[in-house]
Design a protein around this ligand. Structure first.
Ligand SMILES: Cc1cc2nc3c(=O)[nH]c(=O)nc-3n(C[C@H](O)[C@H](O)[C@H](O)COP(=O)(O)OP(=O)(O)OC[C@H]3O[C@@H](n4cnc5c(N)ncnc54)[C@H](O)[C@@H]3O)c2cc1C
Length: 435
């Protein structure tokens, strides 16, 4: 039965550049392994069954054995990773120690052959793992690698954003073969996932036709610039390159939610609470100003904590222990959006199917301006995809770019008091009071 659930969980592209499940005969089973299914166990319940003995427990970070801030010193993992290189390093270490035979993670694909820039693949050696380093804000799906894992005996680790790791855990509970083979999960903290159209939009803004893009790096590190100043690089089929700072893109303000997958509106897990170990960016000073990139790491399985400690003693990685409060601070905006913001969205825009989330539905304490920020994000996420689709269909990129510029100005006025409109919002807020 579980076998059939997986066989039918194929994914296909929708017109907005998101991957969607094609539901077949196994719809009922899919309802149990989809991380957003109302009947699926929630992150607290899954974590309770996996990490009952964990030393720490926090309402936003989940159960964990230890947490650290740091980076890899060994080799060039840090330079070639998006953050401190810890995710790729841990994947390689699991292979070196023969804990696993393969790592399912995301690697670049050939858009002309595969019709996409990235896909999940199984890496079986260090070079393959390292070729997948860096964060890919691009739709991917697990269906093919799960088929491979099913058909190829061995022990595997899976790297994924929180909803993917939750789905893997739900599948593990259903499926004895997968349970035996997936022995480790490596989570990535997640603010939201973007659609494939974000790449097309970058191409438009770099002055090239999207079909001329061969590869994309969302986060190129630039010496001397804070890690938080993202810079994207497009490799073109003619061998040329174009680079753009995210701040110069009309849709590069991460918090505004351009091209966000609609499901992310209803997610309440930022730190991959059901992963054996999870990696994020240390978005807190002095780390966020360090051009080289720094991880925050939350480890839930004692065995993996042992690997970290051993490597730190031998100076292969550098780690300082931190507490839940520190981890919370590194993800303050994401956590606010996924808890306080989610509570408001559940009240303001309840999803069409009933879902159970680990937040209350009351947003009574929120001020009017904060509510407007959450509404603006929701609308930008939705309208950016519709406006982009229209602009693409009528071959008028300027339509989308004009709309996005206006939308982000309004958002930044609301959220950060930027510009004349921001000052106007500040004044109105003073006159009307915060409520
Ligand atoms: C969509 C998305 C949103 C994120 N949002 C946040 C956030 O809000 N806050 C935060 O602190 N961190 C976030 N991260 C995580 C962060 O960007 C880094 O990936 C993380 O800090 C690990 O960095 P690293 O240098 O240790 O990893 P690296 O050494 O660069 O290795 C990254 C590993 O992750 C795999 N990978 C990359 N993209 C994906 C993907 N889409 N799905 C599955 N595996 C993938 C790669 O194949 C590689 O194995 C996000 C990541 C993604 C993909």
């Amino acid at each position: 039965m579980a076998q059939s659930s997986e066989a039918h969980a194929r994914m296909s592209w929708d017109r907005y550049g998101h991957l969607k499940p094609e539901l077949g005969l196994a719809e009922a089973a899919f309802g149990r392994i989809c991380p957003f299914a109302p009947s699926a166990r929630n992150e607290d319940q899954i974590a309770e069954s996996l990490y009952a003995g964990a030393l720490n427990r926090d309402s936003l970070i989940g159960r964990f054995q230890a947490a650290y801030v740091g980076h890899v010193d060994e080799g060039d993992f840090r330079t070639s990773g998006s953050s401190g290189g810890m995710a790729s390093w841990m994947a390689v270490e699991l292979l070196r120690r023969c804990v696993v035979d393969g790592i399912a993670h995301v690697r670049p694909a050939d858009p002309r052959k595969d019709g996409r820039f990235f896909r999940y693949a199984i890496s079986r050696n260090e070079a393959e793992i390292r070729s997948g380093a860096c964060s890919r804000y691009y739709p991917v799906d697990l269906s093919e690698v799960l088929q491979t894992i099913r058909h190829t005996p061995g022990r595997y680790a899976v790297v994924g954003i929180p909803c993917f790791i939750k789905a893997v855990n739900l599948l593990i509970a259903e499926d004895a073969v997968i349970r035996q083979r997936i022995v480790c999960t490596l989570g990535l903290f997640c603010g939201h996932m973007k659609s494939a159209r974000f790449v097309d939009s970058m191409a438009w803004q770099a002055g090239v036709n999207p079909s001329a893009v061969r590869a994309i790096d969302y986060r190129v590190k630039t010496p001397g610039r804070p890690a938080s100043w993202y810079r994207a690089r497009l490799e073109l089929v003619d061998g040329n390159r174009r680079e753009k700072d995210w701040w110069d893109l009309v849709d590069g303000d991460w918090g505004a939610g351009f091209f966000q997958n609609p499901a992310c509106n209803y997610c309440d897990d930022v730190v991959a609470e059901t992963a054996d170990i999870a990696f994020g960016d240390a978005w807190i000073e002095p780390y966020s100003s360090d051009a080289r990139g720094t991880n925050v790491v939350v480890v839930r399985k004692p065995e993996l904590d042992g690997i970290l400690r051993e490597a730190a003693i031998s100076n292969r990685i550098r780690l300082a222990p931190v507490d839940a409060q520190f981890v919370r601070q590194t993800q303050a905006a994401g956590l606010r959006h996924r808890r306080e913001g989610l509570a408001y969205r559940l009240q303001w825009k309840p999803p069409s199917i009933p879902i159970s989330k680990r937040v209350g539905k009351s947003a009574a304490h929120l001020g009017a301006r904060r509510k407007l920020v959450y509404r603006a994000r929701y609308l930008i996420a939705r309208e950016s995809q519709l406006t982009f689709a229209l602009a693409k269909n009528i071959h008028l990129p300027g339509l989308y770019l004009w709309w996005a510029k206006a939308a982000v100005s309004l958002y930044q006025a609301l959220a950060y008091s930027r510009g004349a409109a921001g000052r106007l919002f500040d004044m109105l807020e003073k006159i009307c009071g915060r409520g």
